[in-house]
Design a protein around this ligand. Structure first.
Ligand code: DX5
Ligand code: ZN
Length: 219
């Protein structure tokens, strides 16, 4: 069974509430919220106040993706804002294991994310500490990019590592996921699909998710 986590970065900010409600009605499972600080990535997005506002208007779990340096500084703020999953970048942490433990201690599910250039082996010691692994399928920073093909090989390798470790952690892919390549990601072992442009830009998101769920069941 796959889950869809639409990335709010691709919504129309002046109509965000309506856009989110539309995807919630269409069957989205989670909401993906991209937090960017202008340092870890070149772009700046939004912060805990927006996450809190979204949570007040949606019953869906909030899947918060921190693209910020030294994310420990904001663990408590995102817990207070209602994050369900809090994912940090391996590359942004001074002590990734410590950060993941801190996220769980704050009552959230802990996720770790890898940029396209980071090899999967760094995950090995972290697997017992995480509830989610997010493989970036584009360079983090912007929505609407094209998926980098070699990241699907990495996704498959991470799937093998999770299975070998009997880890229940969810495997999520993020960046450039479309109707055309979503099944490649699922075949590689992904179970949570972040989709920004593809879902917020779709006229028929319900049909799109229904069709992809059906294809995934047939794999
Ligand atoms: C990129 C973000 C993604 C992005 C995905 O740094 O992490 O979540 O919003 O958007 P699409 O699906 O448009 O590539
Ligand atoms: Zn993201």
């Amino acid at each position: 069974m796959i889950k869809f986590s639409p990335s709010v970065l691709a919504s129309d900010y002046m109509r965000m509430g309506e856009d989110i409600a539309r995807l919630e009605r269409a069957g989205a499972d989670w909401l993906h919220l991209d937090i960017m600080d202008g340092l870890f990535v070149p772009n700046i997005s939004f912060g805990p106040a927006l996450v809190k506002a979204v949570g007040a208007h949606s019953a869906l779990p909030l899947d918060v993706h921190l693209m910020i340096v030294d994310p420990d500084r904001y663990v408590d703020a995102f817990a207070a804002a209602g994050a369900g999953y809090l994912t940090v970048h391996y590359e942004a942490c001074q002590n990734p294991a410590g950060t993941l433990q801190r996220i769980r201690a704050a009552g959230m599910k802990a996720g770790v994310s890898l940029k396209p250039g980071t090899g999967p082996d760094v995950l090995a010691p972290l697997l017992p500490l995480c509830d989610l692994v997010l493989v970036m399928t584009v360079e983090p920073g912007f929505g609407g990019q094209k998926l980098i093909p070699h990241t699907l090989d990495k996704t498959a390798r991470v799937r093998e590592m999770l299975d070998a470790a009997h880890s229940p952690a969810l495997l999520e892919v993020d960046g450039g996921i479309t109707a055309g390549n979503a099944m490649d990601a699922v075949r590689a072992g992904a179970r949570v699909l972040v989709m920004g442009t593809a879902l917020f830009g779709s006229d028929r998101p319900q049909e799109l998710m229904r069709q992809l769920r059906e294809e995934a069941t047939g794999l």
